[in-house]
Design a protein around this ligand. Structure first.
Ligand SMILES: [Zn+2]
Length: 201
């Protein structure tokens, strides 16, 4: 579940958004050419402008998606486990004395399995299939593209991309454009199977 904050002419309105609604918003933003950016908390911010019909001025609009359980800091170990689970075919196994996730050849111990579930990074369906939540996927993406400032108009993304722009603001624009591009690719990469699973809940 996400909180959805919509900023419009009259102020802001808030509501809840299911994972499938959040995905629909991201896909709609993509189709309309709006800029969407995954955020470190596992949400996303969608921004666009529209022209006010009376004043003919363009006015900013935005939708912010915030996970009900923000994903917080992801350690390297957690990211590695999530990446494994993201490959698919992970299962939640119940035995007499354990409840753990098996992803490929890797067993995720009971305590860590419980933490991943409590943090809403993974979801388990009634058949024991484990998937990453949309918040986990957005958060992982955002963690791969953290902006690191440098002197003047130099800026770097944690993925390795660098820019040497004329000003700090211009460098920020380049990196924001990059994050929007990777978020757009991510939204495009979400397959029908994942979309079906999150909307069947
Ligand atoms: Zn990057």
């Amino acid at each position: 579940m996400f909180y959805e904050t919509i900023r419009h002419a009259g102020g802001a309105s808030e509501g809840g958004a299911s994972e499938s609604h959040a995905l629909m918003l991201l896909r709609r933003a993509q189709n309309r050419g709006f800029g969407a950016e995954a955020t470190l908390n596992g949400g996303a911010s969608i921004r666009w402008t529209r022209t006010d019909l009376t004043t003919r001025k363009s006015v900013p609009r935005s939708i912010t998606l915030t996970p009900e359980t923000p994903i917080g800091i992801l350690s390297d170990a957690t990211r590695a486990r999530l990446s494994l689970i993201g490959l698919g075919d992970a299962r939640h196994v119940l035995t007499a004395d354990s409840r753990h996730i098996v992803a490929g050849d890797t067993v995720i111990p009971m305590g860590e399995t419980a933490r991943l579930r409590a943090r809403r990074l993974v979801a388990v369906d009634s058949q024991g299939r484990v998937r990453l939540t949309l918040a986990a996927r957005l958060g992982l993406l955002a963690h791969d593209h953290i902006q690191i400032g440098g002197p003047g108009g130099f800026a770097m993304c944690s993925c390795g991309l660098t820019t040497n722009a004329r000003t700090v603001l211009a460098a920020d624009d380049v990196l924001r454009g990059h994050r929007r591009a990777v978020t757009a690719r991510f939204v495009e990469s979400i397959d029908a199977a994942y979309a079906a699973v999150i909307s069947s809940r």
